[in-house]
Write a protein that binds this ligand. Sequence first.
Ligand SMILES: NC(=O)c1ccc[n+]([C@@H]2O[C@H](COP(=O)([O-])OP(=O)(O)OC[C@H]3O[C@@H](n4cnc5c(N)ncnc54)[C@H](O)[C@@H]3O)[C@@H](O)[C@H]2O)c1
Length: 263
Amino acid sequence: MQIDLTGKNILVTGGAGDGLGQGICEVVEKSGGRVIVNDLKLQIAQDAAKKYNNAFAVAGDVCNQKDVSRMFDEIKESCGTIHGLVNNAGIGLGKYAQDTNEAEFNRLYDVDVKGIWMMTQAFVKQLLEAREVGNIVNISSVHAFATMHRMALYAGAKSAVNGLTRGLAVELGQYNIRCNAIAPGMVYSDQTVDILGKMIDDPQKWIEEHKSDHQCLNFFSSALDCGNVVVFLLSELSRSITGQTIQVDNGTTNLLYNNKYTS
Ligand SMILES: NC(=O)c1ccc[n+]([C@@H]2O[C@H](COP(=O)([O-])OP(=O)(O)OC[C@H]3O[C@@H](n4cnc5c(N)ncnc54)[C@H](O)[C@@H]3O)[C@@H](O)[C@H]2O)c1
């Protein structure tokens, strides 16, 4: 049985990103779905959308109520009902909790937590109005399971994503709307390298050691690896799965001690 999203409109927030965003859009397209790319800036969303057949671009901040309402209106007018929502837009923060200021805390939780709630609310409303069923996939992180220095606030935000995923699955099951999440480990993206660069003297060395010492599998997950699992969760093949967070992390969270220490 093949994954088939033919006839489905799939909205990927932060879909213009060079990390998971583009991997998810690419697999949605390969599975026959129509890609709807959201990102903060219209030009960037439109440039990303050009890579896919018949894709549609919308610009707006996922945690701004006005932007969210406008984006759903624009999509309804141009594409009709959205069947799948991938809450990918997210930011990181590599700072000790005691050194973080209120504005940084608020932005992190606004984008990573409030944004998921706002987008999901609008998504569910349009599905119920159209009397259609749909599917949500949230992008969590391994930091919701095990974390490291300077990541307490990010770990908290992504733990909230896991909680939202469980709770939304409970509330939305009655409408045959499923909600799942993936928790990726290290995946190359501009923002990951940028965050690491602010925390660590030699990010490239850290990344290489992470690959060999801190994963069960000695290669990096790609954005496409993540996209494959997201699309599985969007598809009928996973029709009995809801409320789950699947770790797509090459085994990072299963390692109690690093490979060098124990082998
Ligand atoms: N890359 C990793 O190693 C990794 C690991 C675990 C989890 N994640 C999560 O995966 C998701 C994608 O991250 P990525 O690093 O792959 O980057 P990405 O390439 O998918 O880029 C994220 C995109 O989101 C957009 N964005 C940021 N704030 C937004 C907002 N308020 N509204 C709309 N768009 C917004 C950015 O402009 C960017 O294009 C995030 O939720 C991140 O926390 C990433």
